[in-house]
Design a protein around this ligand. Structure first.
Ligand SMILES: Cc1ncc(COP(=O)(O)O)c(C=O)c1O
Length: 395
């Protein structure tokens, strides 16, 4: 099946020739399961036979979503979690189990992931090294020096939209015996499938494009056989699983992912072009830019004609007060955190996603105080542009 059909059909429960339309996957709220013989229950608890026993170990609604995400990311299995961060923690823990407690990570990642490495993993004697993932020589030398158990990157860096050579990094990781973990939230499997370029584990904040409507907090881990078993083992013990109702909403969201994401990417490319010509705008960061520093990698890795749905831009000579005024002037665009929603969202990295990084470090990362990030929704592009035009006029 093509991606557009996969999102609609994979994971659907077509148990009989008649019944409700399969897209209405039942929501199984029961936490405990019983069978007609205790012997069968014993075999299920012992994992000698497939079946449900307790919702922390597995749930039919979640299983349907997991089948769907496994199919979309072309993995061997998947686990739906209560948040993107829970998915990340399980993925990195699974990567590090039985491997050296050392992580080589991209230095351009979501702020909470940095916090997770520094405040949750580092105190347990996990060594963390940050590198520029777009500098292959730097990655190679960090891997050779640190001999990590886990190499981590986001498929598109936030908020500057850099794209690393995933296939080359996967090879470097494999030859060093490290697991390669990729956060594919920004790209979605419609644009990029990291497992097909050699990654071992892919993570999503399902809160974003997968669920897609700003009403679910969730995550997904998709992995190869070796790692999904470990992820499931960890989750069976700790239980950061997605609630069944949210699994249902996420599945329903994914059915329209192809339509939504195509429109969001189209809107992003149009707004990037418009911003590039605006006299009050300095630099624009979007993967559709022919001058993008990673244009060749983008051509190699991305689905043709999709360039992501997030655009960052710098407002000329604007400091924090001017940016806050600009945000207050927006009428339709929502000045909130997150991305992947049907509504266009505008975020100020210095205020939210990168707030905990020191101003000096932010400057070094190229995240200046006049930078804002726009995550396009599915509205009419003329309305998005008109809203931006009025707000920019006020700066
Ligand atoms: C790239 C990326 N990964 C992970 C997360 C964490 O996801 P969640 O908020 O669902 O825990 C976010 C949240 O913004 C994100 O942007």
């Amino acid at each position: 099946m093509k991606f557009e059909s996969q999102v609609v059909h994979a994971g659907d429960r077509k148990r009989s020739r008649c019944g409700p339309v399969p897209s209405t996957t039942p929501i199984h709220l029961g936490t405990t399961y019983f069978y007609d013989s205790a012997e069968k229950l014993d075999r299920i608890f012992g994992q000698e036979e497939q079946g449900f026993s307790y919702s922390r170990y597995g749930n039919p609604t979640n299983e349907a979503l997991e089948e769907l995400t496994t199919s979309l990311e072309a993995g061997d299995g998947s686990l739906a979690t209560a948040s993107g961060m829970a998915a990340l923690q399980l993925a990195v823990q699974a990567a590090l189990l039985d491997r050296p407690h050392s992580i080589v990570s991209s230095n351009s990642i979501y702020g909470a992931t940095v916090k997770m490495f520094d405040q949750i993993f580092a105190p347990f004697e996990v060594d963390v090294t940050y590198v520029d993932m777009c500098d292959l020589e730097a990655v190679k030398s960090a891997i050779e020096k640190k001999k990590p158990g886990c190499v981590f990157t986001e498929s598109i860096s936030n908020p500057l939209m850099r794209v690393a050579k995933l296939d080359r990094i996967a090879k470097l990781s494999r030859s060093a015996g490290a697991a390669f973990v990729v956060d594919n939230t920004f790209a979605t499997p419609m644009m990029l499938r990291p497992l097909s370029f050699g990654a071992n584990i892919v993570v999503h904040s399902a809160t974003k494009y997968l669920a897609g409507h700003g009403d679910v907090l969730g995550g997904v881990v998709v992995a190869d056989q070796e790692h999904i078993e470990t992820v499931r083992m960890l989750s069976r013990v700790v239980g950061p699983v997605l609630a069944p109702f949210d699994a249902y909403l996420t599945m329903r969201g994914i059915k329209t992912l192809a339509l939504r994401f195509a429109r969001q990417c189209e809107n992003a490319a149009a707004v990037a072009q418009w911003l590039a010509k605006h006299p009050k705008v300095d630099r624009v960061f979007h993967c559709s830019d022919p001058e993008h520093p990673d244009a060749a990698v983008i051509k190699e890795l991305f689905t043709p004609n999709l360039f992501s749905a997030v655009v960052s831009f710098e407002i000329k000579d604007a400091g924090k007060p001017a940016i806050l005024t600009f945000m207050d002037r927006l009428k339709m665009i929502v000045p909130g955190t997150s991305l992947g929603d049907v509504h266009t969202l505008l975020l100020y990295p210095a205020m939210s996603s990168h707030r905990d990084i020191s101003p000096k470090m932010r400057e070094r990362m190229g995240i200046h105080d006049n930078l804002v990030r726009l995550a396009l929704g599915i509205e009419a592009i003329d309305d998005v542009i008109a809203d931006l035009a009025v707000a920019l006029d006020s700066v």
